[in-house]
Design a protein around this ligand. Structure first.
Ligand code: NAD
Length: 280
């Protein structure tokens, strides 16, 4: 294991190293649907599951992103295929879950990555549409997609669902209060579902990433902001999207067979940092 070099934003080499071949998460042949497969955390989830032999329905609002993710499967033993859908539309969400389930012959794994922070604005100045839009893109569709997926999983008496939350759910979320509320709601949803679904052999968990170096957030690794983030995060760098995807894969897999209703925080120690002078 190599520590991140001080004064640089290069990732730890372990962040992007291949998974050790001796670990078998039991995902070969698994029937998975990943929602939000653009070139960030979602595409890395596709890559991690694809490399492990899963068959994956790659779902995105943008058909080109769905196609690009599915095209990666020429390298892997499993099959990948693209499905375009707007998961914020209830009917479209239910239609695409049904299409994925039919094409795969069942559904063992769901990873739902769709979401974003919305505009930075204090609550006192927040327009109504920011409140409703950010709840919609970060919370409502999880209800639509998960409810539809649960029906298939209950029938087959097995399944694993992973929802991508955020560290913004865990404490305050200044300038993005509604994003924090939506992501916290997602964690609560997963806990309730975990209890309701346990008797059907279904597990439900969340991943809470901190700042992650996806294309959308690349600016955090550059210029003046890079030093601010490096100094604020105990591990000294942003997360790589692969690191978040591996956490999602772990929770989705048999390696996590006794874990349900949990939130796995992937933030380089930022949320447990001691903010007062230590040792006094
Ligand atoms: N990048 C970070 O720093 C970070 C940190 C914490 C949490 N997260 C969370 O991780 C997730 C992924 O982040 P990312 O940076 O990889 O984002 P991203 O924008 O790269 O990926 C989101 C994908 O969802 C798709 N999408 C958007 N609306 C959709 C809809 N209505 N229906 C179907 N697909 C839709 C987009 O086309 C895109 O491909 C988000 O939920 C985000 O809140 C990200």
């Amino acid at each position: 294991m190599t520590a991140a070099p001080t004064g640089q934003t290069r990732p730890d080499t372990a962040a992007t190293a291949p998974l050790p071949g001796s670990v078998d998460p039991g995902l070969s042949g698994a029937r998975a649907a990943i929602f939000g497969v653009g070139p960030g955390i979602g595409l890395e989830c596709v890559r991690v599951l694809g490399a492990l032999g899963a068959h994956v329905a790659c779902v995105d609002l943008d058909p080109d992103r769905a196609d690009a993710a599915a095209a990666e499967f020429d390298r892997w033993p499993g099959e990948g295929f693209a499905l375009a859908a707007d998961v914020c539309d209830r009917d479209d969400a239910e239609r695409v879950v049904a299409d994925a389930t039919d094409a795969l012959g069942g559904l063992d794994v769901v990873i739902n990555v769709v979401g974003h922070g919305g505009p930075a604005v204090p609550v006192a100045d927040m327009p109504d549409d920011v409140w409703t839009d950010v709840l919609r893109i970060n919370l409502d569709h999880h209800f639509y997609v998960t409810r539809a997926a649960m029906r298939s999983m209950i029938a087959q008496r097995r399944g694993s669902i992973v929802l991508i939350s955020s560290v913004n759910a865990l404490g305050s979320s200044p300038q993005r209060a509604v994003y924090g509320i939506a992501k916290a709601g997602l964690i609560s949803l997963a806990k309730s579902l975990a209890i309701e679904a346990a008797e059907h052999g279904i597990r439900v968990n969340t991943v809470a990433p901190g700042a992650t170096r996806t294309p959308r957030r690349q600016h955090l690794a550059e210029g003046d902001l890079a030093a601010v983030y490096r100094d604020s995060i105990p591990l000294g760098r942003l997360a790589e999207p692969q690191e978040v995807a591996r956490a999602a894969m772990f929770l989705a897999s048999d390696l996590a067979s006794y874990i349900t209703g949990e939130t796995l925080v992937i933030d380089g120690g930022a949320s447990v940092k001691y903010c007062l002078p230590a040792g006094n």
